[in-house]
Ligand binder design. Structure first.
Ligand code: XBP
Ligand code: MG
Length: 240
C-alpha cells in the first residue's frame, strides 16, 4: 500500500526531551519537600513505564511501598502537574532543539502530499509547547492528527494511542509509517499494526529493536524515497 501518513513519536524522537523531563521531576520533588532524586541510570529504567504520572505511581509503589498509602492517585497527579508546569517553562524559556533531519523530513513529506501525525504518551500541552518553540510558526497546522496521553487510559506500550491517531487520520495502519525512539513506542506502534522506523535517543540507544523496519542514528540522512521503499517492502513482507 502507498505511504499516506508518517506518525511521529514526540519524546526522544522529535527532540531529546527526556533530560528536561527528568530535571522537571527532580525540581518538583524538591519543591514538594521530597528527598527523591532521579539520576540518569534510574530514570533510564523508569522510562520503561510510559507516561510521567504512571512512572511516578510505579516508582512509589515499587521503590517505597511503605509510603504508597499516603500517595493516592490525586496526590500523584498533583505532583505530576507541577512537574508538567516546570517542564513547559523549561521548553518555552530555554528552548529544545529538534533532532537532526526532523524538519526536513516533515517538509519533504508535506510537499509530497503525505500526511503528518503525532502520537505520544506525553500531554497535549507538552506537545504544544514543543510545537510553539522548536518549530516554525504555524506548524501546528501541519499535523492532520495529534494523539496524546490524555486521549487514552492505557499508554504505550499499549496500542491505544496509535489507534486514536489512525482513527483521526482515517487511514489503515498499513498506509502509515511510525517513527519512534524506544522499545515501548515500537511495541505500541506494532501492536496497532503500524510499521516502524527507529531513531534511538540518548536514553534508548542499545534497546532491542529487532522488530523494527529499520534503525537509523537520526533522521538527517533519511530521504523520503528511501522511507517509501522501506514502507513498500514492509507491506510486501506482511502480504507474503
Ligand atoms: C515518553 C514518555 C513521557 C515523558 C514524560 O513519551 O513516556 O511520559 O517521559 O512526559 P513519548 P509526561 O510517547 O512521546 O515517547 O510526564 O507528560 O508523561
Ligand atoms: Mg519516545
Amino acid at each position: 500500500m502507498t505511504l499516506k501518513a508518517i506518525i511521529f513519536d514526540v519524546d526522544g524522537t522529535l527532540a531529546e526531551t527526556e533530560e528536561a523531563h527528568r530535571a522537571a521531576f527532580n525540581e518538583a520533588f524538591e519543591a514538594a519537600g521530597l528527598d527523591w532524586r532521579w539520576d540518569r541510570d534510574e530514570y533510564a529504567e523508569l522510562l520503561h513505564v510510559g507516561g510521567g504520572r504512571e512512572r511516578l505511581r510505579h516508582f512509589i509503589d515499587s521503590e517505597m511501598p511503605a509510603l504508597a498509602p499516603q500517595w493516592d492517585d490525586d496526590r500523584v497527579a498533583q505532583l505530576h502537574r507541577d512537574k508538567t508546569a516546570r517542564y513547559q517553562r523549561m521548553v518555552t524559556e530555554d528552548g529544545l532543539p529538534l533532532r537532526p533531519g526532523v524538519l526536513r523530513l516533515m517538509r519533504d513529506a508535506r510537499a509530497a502530499g503525505i500526511a503528518l501525525a503525532i502520537c505520544t504518551t506525553t500531554s497535549r500541552s507538552n506537545v504544544d509547547a514543543l510545537l510553539e518553540t522548536g518549530f516554525p510558526e504555524g506548524a501546528r497546522a501541519w499535523f492532520a492528527a495529534i494523539a496524546a496521553g490524555e486521549d487514552v487510559t492505557r499508554k504505550k506500550p499499549a496500542p491505544d494511542v496509535y489507534e486514536v491517531a489512525l482513527e483521526r487520520l482515517d487511514l489503515p495502519p498499513s498506509a502509515c509509517l511510525a517513527i519512534e525512539d524506544s522499545v515501548i513506542g515500537l511495541e505500541a506502534a506494532r501492536a496497532a499494526g503500524v510499521p516502524t522506523l527507529i531513531t534511538p535517543s540518548t536514553y534508548t540507544v542499545g534497546e532491542d529493536f529487532d522488530a523494527a523496519l529499520g534503525v537509523v542514528d537520526n533522521l538527517a540522512g533519511v530521504r523520503l524515497d528511501w522511507l517509501r521503499e522501506l514502507h513498500l517492502r514492509a507491506g510486501r513482507a506482511s502480504a507474503s
